[in-house]
Design a protein around this ligand. Structure first.
Ligand code: PAF
Length: 273
């Protein structure tokens, strides 16, 4: 694996996985997916100051450079790009807006976060010009907004979604999981159980109520939202929405956890029995 500090050292047309480091098995699965697709796999590590609400969060963000290099190299990354902030954000860079969908759900909780995400991703795309870019489904709203960004400004970049990696008890892999103590870690499984319960309901109202009820039985977990959305536009789903997804977020002793799961395809619009 070659380590570079500037995109000028890299040709166009790679398969690209942008990250903020603190890499774990979830990232490794994205790298492996890229490796199966291409023999030119670029991963970047850039802790993007624009997507943090305050300096404290930015400073507390885990940084594990030696482990990251080892994991990227063993999971199939051929080029690791470690940009300087001045390359990503030159004096004249333009800040992008994620629009109204950047202000709901995760965006309502973290003001300006998705503007920062779409800004950095567009700068990374401008500098690197990849052929494909891979993002995890775990951050489903981020994936949605990046697909929108690509559709509007980067039609030549194919955005690929990688399925969420889970622990054996269902907890979605996340760099934040290491901040949970033993009892919080156990309590965190409530999220997966709530999503499964939602999935077993064909009616939106019942699915939402099932998630809320399961979460209310776990005293350590403070639910922020549990909703069923239309995957195609992120609006609240109705019973006749064909592509529904359950999304959930909440807190465990100050650690914010999010997850989502595709609902069983609705039979209403397809005519299927
Ligand atoms: O998901 C992430 O790690 C970040 O939001 C991303 C896409 C690398 C942008 O900084």
């Amino acid at each position: 694996m070659k380590i570079v500090t500037s995109a000028a050292e890299l040709a166009d047309g790679c398969t690209f996985i942008p990250t903020m480091g603190a890499l774990h098995a979830g990232h490794a699965s994205l790298f492996q997916m890229a490796k199966a697709k291409s023999d030119f796999v670029v991963a970047s590590i850039f802790v993007n100051p624009l997507q943090f609400e305050n300096n404290n969060d930015l400073e507390l963000y885990p940084r594990t450079p030696d482990r990251d290099i080892e994991l990227a190299s063993s999971a199939g990354v051929t080029h690791l790009w470690l940009p300087q902030e001045s390359e990503i954000y030159p004096a004249n860079f333009l800040k992008k807006s994620a629009g109204s969908i950047g202000e709901i759900f995760e965006g309502a909780n973290r003001i300006g976060h998705f503007d920062g995400v779409v800004t950095v991703v567009s700068r990374l795309f401008d500098l690197l010009r990849p052929a494909h870019a891979i993002f995890g489904e775990k951050d489903f709203q981020q994936l949605f907004l990046i697909k929108t960004l690509a559709r509007e400004g980067y039609k030549d970049i194919e955005i690929l979604a990688a399925p969420t990696m889970r622990e054996s008890d269902g907890l979605a892999l996340s760099s934040r999981n290491i901040r949970l103590n033993e009892s919080e870690r156990k309590a965190a499984t409530v999220i997966y159980r709530a999503l499964l319960a939602a999935r077993n309901n064909s009616k939106i109202e019942a699915a939402r109520a099932a998630m809320q009820e399961i979460c209310s039985m776990e005293p350590l977990f403070k639910l922020d939202y549990a909703e069923i959305i239309d995957e195609d536009n992120f609006a609240t789903a109705t019973d006749s929405t064909p592509n529904q997804r359950a999304i959930i977020a909440g807190w465990l002793n100050g650690v914010r956890l999010i997850d989502n799961m595709q609902m069983k395809p609705s039979t209403v619009n397809t005519g299927a029995r």
